[in-house]
Ligand binder design. Structure first.
Ligand code: AMP
Ligand code: ZN
Length: 138
């Protein structure tokens, strides 16, 4: 099990920082975010430290996704959420502030303060295709 002694989420895992745990299994724990975007906002993390999406082990990623789905169902059933957003930020430029891989599980309610972080508008088809070409395949 990887641990980073300076990581705040590793400190939560080790009981060196308090948290409100709402779910756990062999590979993951989930606890309440102390700056909730909406009522019930939780974070799912792997027990093993990795800094972000690009570093996380495939089995941990899968376990985190399954835990997030489990929580989403409970948010619907118990909190009366009308929807759920799963959010991951990978890298400082992408707003990551805690460098222990995590997924935000954010219940959504009619009239809540969440807003899309981008303004959807049609892209240039040639530029979309060019970017796709760079992303594709081997
Ligand atoms: P991100 O900005 O995507 O890296 O998310 C980090 C999240 O961790 C933020 O939403 C913080 O509110 C949350 N957070 C930071 N410290 C704690 C803590 N001690 N307990 C619970 N949540 C925390
Ligand atoms: Zn950590």
């Amino acid at each position: 099990m990887n641990r980073d002694p300076d990581c705040i989420f590793c400190k939560i895992l080790d009981g060196r920082l308090p948290s409100t745990v709402v779910d756990e299994d062999e590979r993951t724990i989930a606890f309440m975010d102390i700056n909730p975007a909406t009522r019930g906002h939780a974070l799912v993390i792997p027990r093993s430290h990795s800094r972000d999406l690009l570093a996380v082990d495939a089995e941990d990623l899968s376990a985190v996704a399954q835990a997030a789905k489990r929580l989403a169902g409970r948010m619907r059933d118990r909190l009366g959420a009308d929807g759920v957003n799963l959010i991951n930020s990978c890298g400082e430029l992408a707003w990551q502030t805690v460098f222990h891989f995590h997924v935000h599980v954010i219940p959504r309610y009619a009239g809540d303060p969440m807003r899309l972080p981008w303004l959807p508008s049609p892209g240039d088809p040639a530029e979309i295709a060019a970017a796709a070409q760079e992303i594709k395949g081997a």
